[in-house]
Design a protein around this ligand. Sequence first.
Ligand SMILES: *Cc1c(COP(=O)(O)O)cnc(C)c1O
Length: 293
Amino acid sequence: MQDFLNPNYDWQPLLESVPSLPLTDVLRLDKLGPVLSGNKPLKLAGFKTVLQPSHRALLSFGGVHSNHLHALAYQAKLWQLAAVLVVRGYATQPLSATLKDCCDWDAQLLFVDKKTYAKRYDLAFQTELAERYQALVVPEGGAGQLGEQGCVSLANLARHYDEVWLAVGSGATALGLAQGLSRWQARTQLVAVNAVADQGERQRAFALRMPQSVSWRLIESAQGFGKINSELRALIAHFDAQALPLEPVYTAKLMQAFLAHRPMLPLRRTLLIHTGGLQGRRGFEMAAAPKLG
Ligand SMILES: *Cc1c(COP(=O)(O)O)cnc(C)c1O
């Protein structure tokens, strides 16, 4: 398996330039592998470090288009474990393309209502699930310190740039990257684009958890989580035509914020991290959605 936990991991093979964006490179994590791609396998690599022989399954939480559940179901199969997916939704609705894939990979789906889903951070609920399924419980989105560890090695590439930009959900990828930048004593500024309308929660969490030595800022995305409007659609079509596919939940918002707030002067070399998630495009009925599996 790829050793994302190696702080010297070589990300160069996934690096591309974008002709229409001078001084800007893109780290194409969406090209990491044919199925398992994006930032989620990095985070899962962090959880692998605490797997015990007694664990028979990976268990986690997410919505019906979740990139995290999609990656976890596939990763579990590769690690010869069962996958138990606690899904916010109803079994009576037709399966999303995401969940169909997960079923093809033998994942077990547990549909829960909003009230039960709200207990996903509750330790007693997690322990009960862990015992029932003999599972390693992975937090929603692969968040937490283990997930962050898996993203530290991104700094080995980012440290060579003046700025590194990425989209933020739980914040684990950004926090891991920041820890790496701090270890390298890099001067790179981290610019995080918050895809989730969270009443300032991420800003407060970053203020507490970002390493002192790292300069960072958080830009709030103009659109709500999972919302897509004609501007975002046009932006996606624009970059599709340049062979840089984006999806509406995270990476298109990153690009939208980058185009609006990118550094103009002085000229700064910038790395954009494409965190993947293209499988989720199938949930938005867009032309040219990638085929998977
Ligand atoms: C999950 C996800 C993110 C958010 O990553 P966090 O580590 O939770 O901040 C960003 N982009 C894509 C495509 C994702 O699937």
